[in-house]
Design a protein around this ligand. Structure first.
Ligand code: TMP
Length: 213
């Protein structure tokens, strides 16, 4: 049986990595095999793209930036995500195409049709079964993300991060069956419980965890 594809999304400093690790731990404790990966990155080519696209010294046009994220995505889907899903594993991916919609379309102002077309081509039409969107105001998230210095995207001004937030909110409102919006304010354990409630009760996951797999 084909595996389940879960993505985690949100703005800067919302706790995606921490919550992703905890979600993977709980899924494993429930008895499933989980592959954790992230975007940009997750492959040798993708890791090099990540270094370039996040380098504060690298200046690039918005469309260059979009194409780099899409290149990393195409490689990750074909080399890592699709094979794992075919093996029947759960795949937990820190960011996916919703980030291109939120950052490059809403944030940078690129044509949503262009971003949508490239998302479709890079993924071969692969859609997450479930997306956990961690919602947090950039006033809280951005300072948390940049305490050790800001990368090229984190260093963008407040209005950029507000447009990205509006993008994620719009995606969540447009696709409520796929995207679960989780309040990411509060302490780590509280948010982890909210994430687990959302994931374990979702139709794409709940039945499998209850022993039907
Ligand atoms: P992060 O994975 O550590 O959050 O860093 C990735 C950064 O890249 C983050 O600022 C969001 C940004 N990003 C985009 O702008 N577009 C994308 O498609 C993806 C995957 C990430």
């Amino acid at each position: 049986m084909r595996g389940v594809f879960i993505t985690i999304e949100g703005g800067e400093g919302v706790g995606k990595s921490t919550q992703g690790r905890e979600l993977a731990r709980r899924l494993r404790a429930a008895g499933v095999t989980v592959l954790e990966t992230r975007e940009p990155g997750g492959t040798p080519a993708g890791d090099r793209i990540r270094d370039l696209v996040l380098d504060p010294a690298a200046h690039m046009a918005p469309v260059t930036e979009l194409l780099l994220y899409e290149a990393s995505r195409a490689e990750l889907v074909s080399a890592v995500i699709e094979p794992a899903l075919e093996r029947g594993e759960f795949v937990l991916c820190d960011r996916f195409y919703d980030s291109s919609t939120a950052y490059q379309s809403y944030g940078r102002g690129l044509d949503p049709d262009l971003v949508g077309t490239l998302n479709m081509n890079a993924t071969g039409g692969l859609r997450p079964d479930l997306t956990v969107y961690l919602a947090l105001d950039p006033d809280h998230g951005v300072p948390r993300a940049t305490t050790g210095g800001a990368d090229r995207i984190e260093a963008e001004p407040d209005d950029f991060h507000r447009r990205v937030l509006a993008g994620f909110e719009a995606i969540a409102a447009a696709e409520p069956d796929r995207v679960v919006r989780v309040d990411a304010s509060g302490d780590v354990a509280q948010v982890a419980d909210r994430v687990w409630d959302a994931v374990s009760s979702h139709p794409a996951v709940g039945a499998l965890l209850n022993g039907f797999w």
